[in-house]
Design a protein around this ligand. Structure first.
Ligand code: SAM
Length: 249
């Protein structure tokens, strides 16, 4: 079967890499887990007998018979023909994992962030460049919207870097595993407001924060919150953005 580029299909074939991912996922018998995009089951084969319940979310209809054949007889495994971007959790799971289709990884991360109350942990394979952006610290070129949004709710840790030849077909870029552990103390923030704020704040990275936010936050509010209005967006911490989000309409 040909890999479908439009579905971000880069299948893992390197057993050592697959084992490393499974070690980081660390499946446990009492866990309910969701795997996004199981594909041919490269990771799934080491998960389905190790967890209490496994939900497989696969959009490609052509992969379903194979998944059904390999995992469908296991009573703890459920296969869902579904777009992961439409996944709405009505109760908590222990983990969401997967080698994500890179073309939708950013919207998918934001989609899950909005459901963080039901997702204490995520382990994903992503483009290395995206992992860099998520884990970046302030005063860094790669620090931006994705860093603030995800670090607001999760401890983000960049793990193993994976070269293109671990996949078939090989992507053009390096990949990296990231683990996201939900922070114990959730800060009371309206996520939509935070999203609106950081979108505006980072709209022009070379301008000052005062300038970028002038339609949204007054200079005096910046000063009251201990923020130098002449700072650039990347100079503000996640906490700064959390505080400012309370002033967004
Ligand atoms: N887990 C397999 C592996 O590691 O070899 C496949 C990973 S491949 C990078 C991404 C998988 O996600 C493919 O199986 C693809 O069909 C599936 N996929 C793509 N878009 C999806 C979506 N919106 N919802 C669910 N699955 C999707």
């Amino acid at each position: 079967m040909r890999a479908k580029k439009q579905l971000g299909q880069n299948f893992l074939h390197d057993e050592a890499v697959i084992h490393s991912i499974v070690r980081i996922i660390h499946p446990q018998p009492e866990q309910t887990m969701i795997e996004i995009g199981p594909g041919h089951g490269a990771i799934t084969q080491y998960l389905y007998t190790q967890v209490g319940k496994l939900h497989l979310i696969e959009l490609d209809q052509d992969l379903l018979p194979e998944l059904q054949h390999k995992f469908g007889n296991h009573s703890n495994t459920e296969i869902h023909h579904l777009d992961a971007l439409k996944l709405q959790l009505d109760k908590p799971v222990d983990q969401i994992v997967g080698n994500l289709p890179y073309n939708i990884s950013t919207p998918l991360l934001i989609h899950f962030l909005y459901q963080a109350h039901n997702i204490p942990r995520m382990v994903f394979m992503l483009q290395k460049e995206v992992v860099d952006r998520i884990c970046a610290q302030p005063n860094n070129k790669t620090y931006g919207r994705l860093s603030v949004m995800l670090q607001h709710r999760y401890h983000c840790e960049a793990r193993l870097t994976i070269p293109p030849d671990a996949f078939d077909p090989a992507p053009k870029v390096d990949s990296q595993i990231i683990s996201l552990e939900r922070k114990a103390d959730s800060v009371d923030v309206d996520l939509q407001k935070l999203e609106k704020l950081v979108k505006q704040a980072f709209s022009q990275r070379r301008k000052t924060i005062k300038n970028n936010l002038k339609q949204m936050i007054s200079e005096s509010i910046l000063v009251e919150n201990g923020i130098d209005p002449r700072s650039r967006p990347e100079n503000l911490s996640v906490t700064d953005y959390q505080k400012l989000s309370h002033h967004v309409d």
